[in-house]
Design a protein around this ligand. Structure first.
Ligand code: OGA
Ligand code: NI
Length: 347
């Protein structure tokens, strides 16, 4: 519990153990904000503009080498009630503002605990440099099994977050349906086991004494299928595009949708998962909520047959094996994906 950044950081200088090496620290905090990420109006997907929206989503996922838009999309008019989004963000902020004794029972340093309050990356004990972030995580599916492990305070946490997680799953499946349409896959391709799991990560980044030297989360790709992120109203998310870091503008009532590693693999590289990171700021705390839609751990992942063409870039594997490799090569996307390529010598 003492290790939580929010517990000790007030009026303290940045400890040595949070200082990243010069090549990975943010340094210059003024980066361009990204106006090339398409803002997709999902309500249009139900009408005669459906093909256009499908194309917009696909384009965003395809041209990764040239455009920022490939890496993530912002989605508005997504069907999740604004009041629910606001109330959830209030509950998440309240959670981190509660007295320590109300949170102590959730704190755990064991990476195997799926429902826990922790700090920094997945494995504090093993990492060289700590991240400027506290984190509450828990599964959200199946709801009736996992809800009893969720925080009991704030009192409305379970009710509000249950409603939000149902909406997040619905939204994710809607987007995946548009993706499968765009890729020419059958309806429901990403349903069932490929999108069975839902995990919520609530990230809390307290104000930081020197944002130029540290990171909230270091460069990474999300290992799952699709991430639906509500980044609140404070800047901090950056994506790596054309050899530079670009800030993703927090838009009111919007979700940022990130393509995860498994969507890249199943699409045989037609869609790309994007590298991103989180910078801190010295003024205000930033609280974000990321829903990770992921395959069940025993799912077999492989490129969709109709997308393989001349060659399958990846071999078939069990999702849980990918997760193990992801954790041991944290942050190195090329190495992790490389280990699951058909031609890999290391598999
Ligand atoms: C993540 C992530 C971004 C943010 O949790 O994987 O990239 O802005 N979060 O908190
Ligand atoms: Ni991420």
């Amino acid at each position: 519990m003492e290790k939580l950044v929010s517990r000790w950081c007030k009026n303290k200088p940045l400890p040595e153990s949070y200082i990243f090496p010069p090549e990975t620290r943010p340094g210059n905090l003024v980066v361009p904000t990204c106006n090339t990420i398409p803002v997709i109006d999902l309500s249009k997907a139900e009408g005669q503009n459906r093909t256009h929206i499908v194309q917009q989503i696909l384009k965003a996922g395809q041209e990764v080498t040239c455009f920022v838009i490939d890496l993530c999309k912002q989605v508005v008019n997504h069907g999740v009630p604004e009041s629910l989004m606001n109330e959830s963000m209030d509950v998440f902020k309240e959670f981190f503002e509660m007295p320590w004794e109300d949170k102590a029972m959730l704190y755990s340093e064991d990476p195997k605990d799926s429902c826990r309050l922790s700090t920094s990356s997945v494995n504090y004990a093993r990492e060289k440099i700590h991240h400027w972030r506290d984190n509450l995580r828990h599964p959200c599916h199946p709801l009736q099994d996992c809800i009893k492990h969720w925080p009991q305070k704030p009192i409305r946490y379970r009710e509000v977050v249950a409603a939000l997680s149902v909406e997040a799953k619905k939204l994710g499946l809607r987007i995946l349906e548009l993706v499968s349409e765009g890729l020419g896959l059958e309806s429901g391709y990403f349903g069932d086991k490929l999108s069975e799991a839902l995990h919520l990560f609530v990230n809390h980044y307290p104000p930081c004494p020197d944002p130029s030297l540290t990171l909230g989360i270091t460069k990474h790709c999300d290992p799952n299928l699709l991430t639906i992120l509500h980044q609140g109203d404070v800047h901090g998310l950056q994506i790596f595009n054309n050899e530079e870091w670009i800030g993703v503008e927090p838009l009111p009532n919007a979700f940022v949708v990130n393509i995860g590693n498994q969507l890249q693999i199943i699409s045989n590289n037609k869609l790309k998962s994007g590298e991103h990171r989180v910078v801190t700021n010295s003024r205000v705390a930033r609280t974000t909520a990321a829903f990770f839609i992921a395959p069940s751990e025993d799912s077999i992942i492989e490129p969709a047959i109709s997308l393989v063409g001349e060659a399958s870039v990846y071999r078939a594997f069990e999702y849980k094996d990918f997760l193990l490799d992801y954790l041991s090569h944290m942050g190195n996307n090329e190495v992790v994906l490389g280990r699951f390529e058909s031609q890999s010598l290391n598999n």
